[in-house]
Design a protein around this ligand. Structure first.
Ligand code: KIV
Ligand code: ZN
Length: 551
């Protein structure tokens, strides 16, 4: 990198708009959405979609609820032309869906584009030419006047051909491409020149699309540019102002949202932000951001997983794991404190659906878009006892007492840390089994019998101590008290039982009961043990032996 970047790059000139209104506004309804997946998105693929892939994605877009879909650049290739013809001839577009086609300001291309639309029910013809100083100077070598003439000629050639589209409801769209890098005054001038030819009215509006073709400034600057045009252009009421952002500075979503605050009423973008370079605007994110604020987005992502599946298959792209709303990991918490908070939030939500959604760390309910709660919690070395306990309970019905969670949580974390990766619930259960249930040294229980007389319980147990047989007997007011007494008689230092709980294990190979016992030694040290058996009394005896083995 340059030591002094100001020698190579320059700041972006701000728009003069001291009384800007957009910062005080809030969004209250969804914009008109236009998907450009089949055109802008498709142009950015290493291997562009074939006709059948485009058809499948088109159908998915219709199902999501898009009413305006830019289906291609029909004059650019035979495939693009053929695709448009199939949509129309096979009557694939519902009556309320507009087919949008893009075209440059060249007469032969406009001719072919109009041809491709014959028989369409609703069509948007989208004319563009590039307007920024760099494009004018470097790419076209044209003056501002000549660039305006290009747009005006294109607008005229389209207008002249409209009578040929009888039976088609046509809407016209103009984009000063590279708008965000263009002087606002010039963007207004060229747009008005096109308006002079197309003569839009409040009843027959035209779309003025103001693209952030390359994101060159912060999103507030784009908002200023949009508000400036909305306030200064003539006949604003005859226009549908549209935003089309790309994502070069990773703020495409923010630029679109601020652009809407600034007065735009229509949004162009793609599913998951596919598009040239860093991509187009991710429409899924903007729509679900509105949904998160209680605004009906008028796009349906109830089955987001199927949409991802079709998208990935048709485009060959993948949705990254941290993609907002759609990524595999976005409803997963790795940190223990997050897991704990989510668990509490989900419980509150389950118990009191009168309140609105307020679950920490989850901006929306994953199930609203076909994702699952079970994706929320997994365990890695950062997970706290809460996550570990949740997983054991939710997956295996193992309800560790709170205090035991405090003992097992760090043990599990250490083990996961050593593995250096996430662990599954089954692996976590294995850890628990190894730590508590399967310990056989120094003590291993072989048999345990009791008899009771006049309120006194006597026990006899056969055990192995470091592999050598030992028989113990003791008495007390219950089997466990008798066992503790018996251990004392064979020289085990004194200990007492300080906590006990048990429950049935719901399923699994054990089909049994599990008991948890805490013992306290004379020196004050405590240890937990756990035992599993089909007989609840034996489960608790095993739990005592487990606790002793862990001392
Ligand atoms: O990014 C862009 O400017 C475009 C135009 C053709 C609208 O895709
Ligand atoms: Zn674009």
């Amino acid at each position: 990198m340059h030591k002094n970047s100001s020698k190579k790059y320059r700041p972006f000139p701000p728009v003069s708009l001291p009384d800007r209104q957009w910062p005080d506004r809030v969004l209250t309804r969804a914009p008109v959405w236009c998907s450009v997946d089949l055109r802008d998105g498709n142009q950015a693929l290493a291997v562009p979609m074939n006709v059948s892939q485009k058809l499948e994605l088109f159908q998915t877009l219709v199902k999501i609820g898009f009413k305006e879909i830019e289906v291609g650049f029909p004059s650019a290739s035979n495939t693009e032309f053929a695709f448009n013809r199939r949509l129309i001839e096979e009557n694939r577009a519902p009556a309320d869906v507009w087919l949008q086609v893009l075209v440059q300001a060249r007469e032969d291309l406009i001719e072919r584009t109009v041809e491709s639309l014959a028989g369409a029910k609703k069509a948007i013809i989208h004319l563009y030419n590039s307007t920024s100083p760099a494009q004018r100077r470097i790419v076209f070598g044209m003056s501002k006047r000549e660039i305006i003439q290009v747009a005006a000629r294109g607008a005229t050639w389209i207008k002249e051909r409209l009578p040929r589209l009888k039976g088609t409801e046509v809407m016209l769209q103009y984009s000063p491409e590279s708008f965000s890098a263009t002087e606002v005054e010039f963007a207004k001038e060229i747009s008005e020149a096109v308006m002079d030819i197309w003569q839009p009215t409040p009843k027959r509006k035209m779309i003025l699309n103001l693209p952030d073709t390359v994101e060159v400034a912060m999103p507030n600057v784009y908002a200023d540019q949009i508000e400036w045009v909305c306030r200064n252009i003539k006949n604003r009421e005859s226009l549908i102002v549209s935003v089309h952002t790309h994502n070069d500075r990773n703020t495409g979503v923010a630029a679109t949202e601020l652009g809407l605050l600034a007065g735009a009423e229509r949004v162009e973008g793609t599913l998951f932000g596919n598009g040239e370079r860093t991509g187009n605007l991710d429409i899924v994110t903007v729509a679900l951001n509105l949904y998160q604020h209680g605004i009906d987005p008028r796009l349906d992502f109830t089955d987001l997983n199927s949409i991802i599946e079709v998208y990935e298959r048709c485009t060959g792209m993948t949705v990254p794991p941290r993609q907002p709303y759609a990524g595999e990991l976005v409803f997963t918490a790795f940190s223990g404190s997050h897991q704990d908070a989510i668990r509490k939030g989900l419980n509150e939500w389950k118990n009191d659906r009168q309140t609105s959604w307020d679950v920490p760390y989850l901006t929306i309910d994953p199930t609203d878009i076909g994702r699952e709660y079970r994706e929320v919690i997994r365990v890695n070395s950062q997970s706290g006892k809460g996550g570990v306990a949740y997983l054991l309970e939710s997956q295996f019905g193992i309800e560790l007492p709170k205090e035991m969670q405090r003992e097992f949580g760090p043990i599990a974390n250490d083990a996961v840390d050593k593995l250096g990766r996430e662990v599954s619930a089954a692996e976590l259960k294995q850890m628990f089994w190894r730590e508590y249930i399967e310990r056989v040294t120094p003590w291993q229980l072989k048999t345990f019998e009791t008899e009771s007389k006049s309120g006194v319980v006597r026990c006899r147990a056969k055990l192995l101590r470091k592999g050598k047989p030992v028989e113990i007997s003791g008495e007390g007011n219950g089997p466990l008290a008798a066992l503790v007494h018996g251990f004392g008689k064979v020289g085990v230092p004194r200990f007492e039982i300080t906590a006990y709980s048990e429950h049935a294990l719901s399923s699994g190979e054990e089909a049994a009961a599990i008991a948890y016992i805490q013992i306290k030694h004379a020196n004050g040290q405590t240890r937990w043990g756990a035992g599993v058996d089909t007989n609840i009394e034996l489960a608790s005896v095993r739990a005592v032996v487990s606790a002793l083995n862990r001392s």
